[in-house]
Design a protein around this ligand. Structure first.
Ligand SMILES: [Zn+2]
Ligand SMILES: [Zn+2]
Length: 338
């Protein structure tokens, strides 16, 4: 099978013809049809996940395909099922998080495309319990990014006491943000797009479900949010701790800042009385558990939430990575394995 492999950090991918992986009794073998290229794949190449990452590795944790073969003890999936494989897999099943269904917090879990071979390949294997059936309505190319970007922006709604009609501001309109706006819109939020890119703000209002748009390059962007009554939820997808820090002042009482974008600089907290008097919260969130995955896919299928994608053949995986590094794709890059 054709694969793109990362052998050394900071080096280009290498292409190999490798044997199709053999599966255990509880595994499935997936014939990959599409695999998203996530910003995290660039961080992998840049050694930012070491020592968690293990080389050589086939990158790719937004996998969508068809089951080719099931292990002898797998009963609820069969050959021909359309399934996706996310970042998080091989959770222990026994820890305090796994038993609550919060598999994403399992300390024993392993990571697709980071320390287990992922989807930049024609085939990938995984435990059957870690894959999720893809609704018929969504194509492989369009569903792939939902397995990381989609679940990342959907999960916070489960944990911020979100109520229909609340104001949800999305900070940064990129791979995550353009999906965050769509989910917020269909879940019943009053949505506010925040970006310094006026073209993206226009698109956000035209196509992505934004009710309002705020240019974050203006001096008074925080005040504009405050004048609307403040945000009940801020989904911060921009990789800027400075913007996130400023945005805490724009939270409404009981509002929550959800940190999703990564930045090396720390958050700068506001005066404590602002947090205390207004019962504000700051939380982080990463991808989501398998139970949230099913719900997210159903919401996306029912309400026609789709990522805007650019596709590349597997052979162009390095080009796709380079484009993601440069921030070029509008808004997600997806490899296809036809
Ligand atoms: Zn990802
Ligand atoms: Zn566990």
């Amino acid at each position: 099978m054709k694969t793109a492999v990362l052998h050394n950090y900071h080096q280009p991918l290498q292409f190999h013809d490798l044997p199709v992986p053999s599966i255990g009794p509880l595994d499935v073998l997936i014939k990959v049809h599409a695999c998203g290229v996530c910003g995290s794949d660039v961080h992998l190449v840049d050694e930012e996940f070491a020592p968690l990452s293990q080389l050589p590795v086939v990158p790719g944790h937004e996998v969508a395909g068809v089951i080719e073969e099931v292990g002898e003890q797998v009963t609820y999936l069969k050959s021909g099922d359309r399934v996706g494989l996310p970042l998080n897999q091989q959770t222990c099943g026994n820890c305090r998080y796994c038993v609550r269904g919060e598999t994403v917090l399992c300390p024993e879990q392993r990571f697709t495309g980071i320390n287990l071979n992922g989807g930049y390949a024609e085939y990938v294997k995984a435990p059957a319990r870690d894959v999720t059936i893809i609704p018929d309505a969504i194509s492989f190319e369009e569903v792939a990014p939902l397995f990381c970007a989609g679940i990342t922006v959907f999960t916070p709604f489960k944990y911020v006491n979100f109520q229909v009609g609340q104001r949800v501001a999305v900070l940064g309109i990129g791979g995550l943000g353009h999906l965050a706006l769509q989910f917020a819109h269909v879940l019943g939020a009053h949505t506010i797009a925040v970006s310094r890119d006026t073209e993206k703000l226009h698109l956000a209002k035209e196509k992505l479900g934004a009710d309002e748009a705020i240019d974050s390059s203006t001096k008074d962007w925080v005040k504009q949010l405050q004048d609307m009554g403040g945000a009940d939820v801020i989904l911060a997808t921009a990789h800027s701790s400075q913007l996130m820090s400023q945005s805490i002042a724009a939270l409404a009482p009981e509002g929550t800042l959800v940190v999703l974008g990564v930045d090396k600089e720390p958050l700068i907290m506001p005066p404590l009385v602002d947090l205390i008097n207004n019962r504000k919260r700051v939380m982080g969130s990463i991808t989501g558990s398998i139970k949230d995955m099913r719900e997210m896919l159903n919401v996306a299928a029912t309400h026609t939430i789709r990522p805007l994608i650019e596709t590349y053949p597997l052979e162009d995986a390095q080009l796709a990575l380079d484009h993601v590094r440069a921030g070029k794709p509008r808004f997600r890059a997806v490899l296809t394995m036809t």
